[in-house]
Design a protein around this ligand. Structure first.
Ligand code: IPT
Length: 987
C-alpha cells in the first residue's frame, strides 16, 4: 500500500495505540533513506482550540501539522514561576507578538502535590487555565510534566513527601512508579483536555522524564521509560512524545526502548548549553561534529533542541556572574549571542528550537533548589519583571521569518561556500523551491565585510564582530521574488493590494537588495534615503539602515506594488505582524501589539506604549478605522498604503509609590525557652529512614522529612538530664547551600552555624552537611537544647542517584565528654496553605501562627522605624500595610528592594499578602530586589508586607532600607484579577 500524504498525517496524528507505520508509505520511504515527499507550502496559521481534529506528525525535516511543515520556534516559560494567573496572558502575548509560535512548559510535581494522593490544580496552580490562555494566544505548547524536571526547583520537582518514600526514584522501582502514575494520571487528565489533535487545545509535543542519562541500557531505565511511554499513551495523550537527551549522546532515541511499536510517533531531542565565549557548536540534523550525537542518532526525526541556553542561572552569592547577578547573564548571552548561536542551530537543520529560559520568572517560596536564589530571571529575553529586553529583537526577527518563509522548514545542505577569512559560512537549499539560505558568522573580534556570492552576484556583506546573519536568495516576497539581499529578511505579507516585505540589520549598515523584475519598475523612496538601479531583470536597492527606509516598487512586470521596508533593529522591534481571518495586519510604532481583530471596516488593536508613539497600520482592503485600546483614532491614509494616526499615542503616565512606614515589630522563637510547651510536637524516635543519608549509629532519625516536614525552617527540642562532664555539643546538620543552624541551651544562645558561601566549584556539592560545635556550660538537672535549622531545599537529582533523598535538618548530636540520653521533639510547617500551596511556608513560630497573613491582628506589636540595628540570635518579625492607587490603564511592575550594610549578617523571608516572595540574605546576595507580581500585589488597594528576619547576634541586624521600586511600566497591559489571599482563619 502506498499512503498519500494526507493518509500518512492522519495516521501519524491518530490516537490509536500500538499503531505501526513501518513498512508502508512515506515512513517506509524515509526509513529506507529516501527523501520524504511533503512539499514546501505555507506554514499553518496560528493554532487555537478550534474544536477541529488536527494531525500532528513529522518527517525527517520538520513537524507536519495537518500535513503542513512547521518550524517550532519556542520559548520556555514556567507557570509555577509566575503566581498570578492573569499575568500568564501578558507573558504569552509578549512572546507571541515577538514571533514565537510555541512555548515549552515544565509542570512541577511538588507544586501541585502537598501529600501522596493529593493533587491540586486550582488558583495559581490552574494548569487548565494556563493551557487555555496559551491556546487563546495562538501558541503551540510543548508539555514537560516530568515526573522529574530538574529546573533548579526543590528536589528537581519531586514533592517533599516523595523524599521520604521507599525505592529508588527515576527507575522502574514499583513504589516509585506507583507514585509516578498518580502524578501522571492527575496531570494527563488536564493535558488530555488541551491536545491539538483533538482541537481542544494546542499541545503538540509531550516530554517524558528530563535529561535522563542513567540506566540507559539496563532494565531499570528502559522499563522505566517504557512505563512512562505506555502510561502517557494510556492516559489519552496522542501527540508525539520525546525525551531531551542531556549529552546529545543518542540516549532514548527512537527504537532504544519499548514504545509499543509506535514508529513515527516518538522523537529524539537533545539539550545544549554551550559557553557563550566559545564557538557555536555544529549540533544537529546534518550531523556535523560527531557521529553519535544529535539527530544523527535519529535520522528519521527532525532536528530538535529541547532546551538551548537563553541565559543561565546564578547561585547564591552571585557565584556565576561575579556578584553581578542576572544583568550579567543577559549581557553575556545578549542579542548577538542569540544570532550567532540560534542561527547556527537553524543552519544545522534544527526545526524544533526551544530557548531555556525565555521568561524565567521567580522561584518564590521554597521552590528554588538550594543552588539558586529567589530570582530565576535567568538573563532571559523577557525579564523577571515582565519587561521586554533587547534580546527579544533577534527572536522576533527570526520568528517572523520562519512564519513568512516556509522554505526554511525543509533544508538540505548545499555546496559549501568559502567567504573571507574569519567568517564561517553555511549554505542550505530548499529542494522544492530552490530557495537558498546562508548563515554567515563572525567569531572574531573585528568586523569583516565579506564578499559573498549570492545568486550569481558577489555582494559585500558586513558581519560585525561576534555577530551572525541569515541571508536568502530566491524566496517569494508575496508576488515578487527576492534575487538576493545583504540584509536579513524578516517578513512579508499582503495588505490590501500591495505586498510588504521587511528586511533588517544593525543600524548604520549598508545594505543591497535585488528584486527580480521582468522590466524596469517605478521606484519611489517614501522615507529615508535609498539608491536604486535596474539592470538585467533585477532592481537593485541600496540603503544604509537607519530607522525605517521605505521604497515603493510598482510595475516591472507585476501589477501588485511591493513596499520594501528596511528597518534597523530597534525599528524592527516596533513592527508587529498579526494574522486575522481576513488577512494579515502590520502595525508600526507602539512598544507592543497584543491583539488585532477586524470587524467590518474597523481594525481593533490592543497593546502597550511606554513613550509616546506613532501608530501606523497596514491591513486588508476596506479597512478604514483604527481603534487602539478601545479608543477610536483619527487617521489619514499614507502613500505607503497604511492608515496613520493623526496624533501620537500617549506614553505611560508616572507611577507614584508610597514609602513604607509604620512598621510593627514582634520577636519570636519562644521555642528556645526552656519551659516552652512542646508536648504537642512529634517525638523524633524513628530508627530507620529511606533517606540516602545514613542514620548515625545509636541515634534516632532526626531528618525532618521523615516526620512530614519538607519545607523551610524546622525546630528541634532535645530534653536530657545532665549527668555532668559534657564540655561541648556537636550538631551535624544537612541544609543545602546557605542553610544555617541556631542553638540554645536552656534558653541561652549557644551560637549560630552557617554554611559557607559557595564558590563556582563547591556550589554543586550537594548535601551541604556541616557540624557545629558549641561549648556547653555545665549545670545539673533537666536541660533543653533548642535547635532551629533553616533548611534550604532538597537537592536536585540531576544524575538520577536519588540525591533528593539526602537528609535535611539535624542528623546527629553528640556530647563531648558525656552521653546523655536525649529525647527529641520536632516541629516544622503546619499543613499546606490550601490557597498558597505547599511551598509557601516553613515551620517558624510566626508562620505556624499566621503572622505572615493579611489581617493578622498586630495592633499590639510595637511601632518601630527602619533602619534597625538589633543584636539578637533568633527571629524577629516586622509588618506594615501600604496602599497603592495605580491607574487601571497602566501596567506597573513593582518590586521590593532591601539594602543595608553588607557586613550585617541577617536574612529576611518576605511575605506579601501572606505569599512568600522569597529570601533575602543581606551579607550574601546578590539579590536585592524581589518582584511583587500584580494580582498578588493589589495595585489598587491595601497590601500587607511581613518580614521574618533571622539574625545570628554577631552583628547588628536590619532591615536597613526597605522600599518599593518601579521595575517598568506601560500604558496598556492585561486585565488583572486579584489573587485570593486569605487571612487567618477564625476558628
Ligand atoms: C538542564 C535541565 O534540563 C533544566 O531543567 C535546567 O536545570 C537547565 O539545565 C539549567 O537551567 S540540565 C543541563 C544544563 C545539564
Amino acid at each position: 500500500m502506498v499512503l498519500s500524504r494526507r493518509t500518512f498525517s492522519a495516521i501519524a496524528g491518530s490516537a490509536a495505540l500500538g499503531l505501526s507505520l513501518s513498512g508502508s508509505g512515506d515512513c517506509a520511504a524515509y526509513a529506507a533513506g529516501k527523501a520524504p515527499t511533503v512539499p514546501t507550502g505555507p506554514a499553518p496559521g496560528p493554532p487555537s482550540a478550534d474544536r477541529i481534529k488536527h494531525t500532528v506528525g513529522f518527517d525527517r525535516y520538520s513537524m507536519l501539522i495537518d500535513g503542513k511543515r512547521l518550524v517550532l520556534w519556542s520559548g520556555e516559560v514556567h507557570p509555577f514561576r509566575l503566581p498570578s494567573p492573569s499575568l500568564w496572558r501578558d507573558v504569552l502575548q509578549k512572546l507571541r507578538a515577538h514571533g514565537y509560535n510555541a512555548i515549552s512548559i515544565y509542570v512541577s510535581w511538588n507544586y501541585h502535590s502537598p501529600a501522596p494522593g493529593k493533587y491540586d490544580f486550582t488558583g495559581v496552580r490552574d494548569l487548565d487555565l494556563f493551557l487555555r490562555t496559551a491556546a487563546e494566544t495562538g501558541l503551540y505548547v510543548i508539555l514537560r510534566p516530568g515526573p522529574y524536571i530538574n529546573a533548579e526547583v526543590d528536589a528537581g520537582g519531586f514533592p517533599g513527601w516523595l523524599t521520604a518514600t521507599k525505592g529508588t526514584a527515576r527507575t522502574s522501582d514499583p513504589t516509585y512508579l506507583k507514585y509516578v502514575d498518580e502524578w501522571l494520571t492527575a496531570v494527563d487528565k488536564i493535558a488530555a483536555q488541551h491536545l491539538y489533535t483533538k482541537g481542544n487545545g494546542t499541545i503538540v509535543l509531550y516530554q517524558l522524564e528530563n535529561e535522563y542519562a542513567n540506566n540507559v541500557t539496563s532494565s531499570l531505565g528502559r522499563d522505566y521509560m517504557a512505563h512512562l511511554y505506555a502510561k502517557v499513551r494510556a492516559d489519552g495523550i496522542d501527540v508525539p512524545l520525546f525525551h531531551n537527551d542531556k549529552g546529545r549522546k543518542g540516549y532514548w532515541a527512537p527504537g532504544t526502548f519499548d514504545t509499543a511499536g509506535e514508529k513515527g510517533r516518538y522523537l529524539y531531542a537533545f539539550d545544549g548549553y554551550p559557553s557563550p565565549f566559545g564557538q557555536p557548536p555544529d549540533w544537529g540534523y546534518f550531523g556535523i561534529g560527531g557521529t553519535t550525537g544529535g539527530s544523527t542518532a535519529s535520522p528519521h526525526t527532525p532536528g530538535f533542541i529541547g532546551e538551548f541556553g537563553g541565559g543561565w542561572f546564578d547561585p547564591w552569592g552571585g557565584v556565576e556572574f561575579g556578584g553581578k547577578g542576572y544583568a550579567e547573564s543577559r549581557r553575556t548571552r545578549d542579542a548577538a549571542y542569540e544570532r550567532r548561536f540560534y542561527l547556527t542551530n537553524l543552519a544545522n537543520g534544527i526545526k524544533i528550537h526551544n530557548v531555556y529560559m525565555t521568561f524565567g520568572g521567580t522561584s518564590w517560596g521554597w521552590l528554588p533548589a538550594p543552588i539558586v536564589y529567589t530570582s530565576y530571571d535567568y538573563g532571559a529575553a523577557l525579564d523577571e519583571a515582565r519587561q521586554p529586553t533587547s534580546k527579544l529583537i533577534p527572536m522576533h526577527q527570526i520568528g517572523q521569518l520562519l512564519h513568512s518563509v516556509p522554505d526554511l522548514a525543509k533544508l538540505d545542505r548545499a555546496a559549501g561556500i568559502t567567504v573571507d577569512a574569519g567568517i564561517k559560512a553555511y549554505h542550505l537549499v530548499n529542494p522544492d523551491t530552490k530557495a537558498h539560505f546562508y548563515v554567515l558568522r563572525n567569531d572574531t573580534s573585528t568586523e569583516v565585510v565579506a564578499s559573498v556570492p549570492l545568486a550569481g552576484t558577489t555582494v559585500p556583506v558586513p558581519v560585525p564582530p561576534l555577530e551572525a546573519r541569515l541571508l536568502a536568495t530566491g524566496i517569494a516576497l508575496g508576488r515578487r521574488t527576492l534575487r538576493y539581499s545583504t540584509a536579513q529578511p524578516m517578513l512579508w505579507l499582503t495588505a490590501g493590494r500591495q505586498d510588504i516585505a521587511v528586511f533588517t540589520g544593525r543600524s548604520g549598515e549598508v545594505t543591497r537588495t535585488g528584486l527580480e523584475c521582468a522590466s524596469a519598475p517605478t521606484v519611489t523612496v517614501l522615507e529615508g534615503s535609498a539608491g536604486h538601479a535596474y539592470a538585467n531583470g533585477v532592481l537593485r536597492v541600496d540603503a544604509r539602515l537607519s530607522g525605517l527606509t521605505r521604497v515603493l516598487v510598482e510595475g516591472g512586470g507585476i501589477s501588485a506594488p511591493l513596499l520594501l521596508l528596511l528597518a534597523d533593529d530597534e525599528t524592527s522591534g516596533r513592527l508587529w505582524r498579526y494574522e486575522t481571518p481576513s488577512g494579515g495586519v502590520l502595525v508600526h510604532g507602539p512598544a507592543l501589539l497584543r491583539t488585532a481583530t477586524l470587524s467590518g471596516t474597523t481594525v481593533h488593536l490592543t497593546g502597550d506604549t511606554v513613550k509616546a508613539a506613532d501608530l501606523e497600520v497596514w491591513g486588508p482592503r476596506g479597512m478604514t478605522e483604527v481603534v487602539w485600546n478601545k479608543g477610536t483614532l483619527k487617521t489619514l491614509a499614507t502613500k505607503s498604503g497604511s492608515l496613520r494616526a493623526k496624533q501620537r499615542l500617549p506614553g505611560v503616565a508616572g507611577v507614584q509609590l508610597p514609602a513604607l512606614t509604620n512598621w510593627r515589630r514582634y520577636a519570636e522563637n519562644p521555642e528556645s525557652a526552656p519551659d516552652y510547651g512542646d508536648s504537642g510536637w512529634k517525638v523524633a524516635n524513628k530508627t530507620s529512614s529511606y533517606s540516602i543519608t545514613p542514620v548515625p549509629p545509636g541515634q534516632p532519625v532526626l531528618f525532618a522529612d521523615d516526620y512530614g516536614y519538607h519545607y523551610g525552617d524546622v525546630w528541634y527540642r532535645g530534653h536530657f538530664t545532665n549527668t555532668g562532664g559534657a564540655d561541648s555539643v556537636s550538631l551535624t546538620y544537612h541544609s543545602g547551600a546557605q542553610g544555617l543552624l541556631m542553638a540554645w541551651l536552656d534558653g541561652k544562645a549557644l551560637g549560630t552555624h552557617r554554611m559557607p558561601v559557595p564558590d563556582k566549584k563547591t556550589v554543586r556539592q550537594g548535601s551541604w552537611a556541616a557540624t557545629a560545635t558549641f561549648a556547653v556550660p555545665g549545670k545539673a538537672g533537666s536541660r533543653v537544647l533548642s535547635v532551629l535549622v533553616r533548611r534550604m531545599q532538597h537537592d536536585e537529582d540531576g544524575a538520577a542517584k536519588d540525591t533528593h533523598k539526602v537528609a535535611r535538618g539535624l542528623a546527629a548530636v553528640t556530647f563531648d565528654g558525656a552521653s546523655p540520653v536525649v529525647t527529641w521533639r520536632i516541629r516544622g510547617e503546619v499543613a499546606a496553605d490550601p490557597v498558597r500551596g505547599p511551598v509557601n511556608n516553613g515551620g517558624l513560630y510566626g508562620e505556624r501562627h499566621g503572622w505572615h497573613l493579611p489581617g493578622f491582628a498586630d495592633s499590639g506589636w510595637k511601632v518601630v522605624d527602619f533602619p534597625r540595628a538589633e543584636r539578637r540570635q533568633g527571629v524577629v518579625w516586622y509588618r506594615t500595610d501600604f496602599r497603592l492607587a495605580v491607574d487601571t490603564a497602566v501596567d506597573a511592575s513593582i518590586g521590593l528592594t532591601l539594602t543595608d550594610d553588607p557586613a550585617r549578617a541577617y536574612r529576611v523571608q518576605i511575605f506579601l499578602n501572606g505569599w512568600n516572595m522569597g529570601q533575602y540574605i543581606n551579607d550574601v546576595g546578590p539579590q536585592h530586589t524581589f518582584v511583587l507580581p500584580n494580582g498578588l500585589l493589589r495595585t489598587r488597594g491595601l497590601n500587607t508586607l511581613a518580614l521574618a528576619v533571622l539574625s545570628d547576634g554577631n552583628t547588628p541586624a536590619g532591615p536597613g532600607e526597605v522600599k518599593l521600586t518601579l521595575l517598568g511600566s506601560a500604558a496598556g497591559g492585561v486585565p488583572v484579577t486579584t489573587v485570593d489571599s486569605p487571612g487567618p482563619t477564625t476558628a
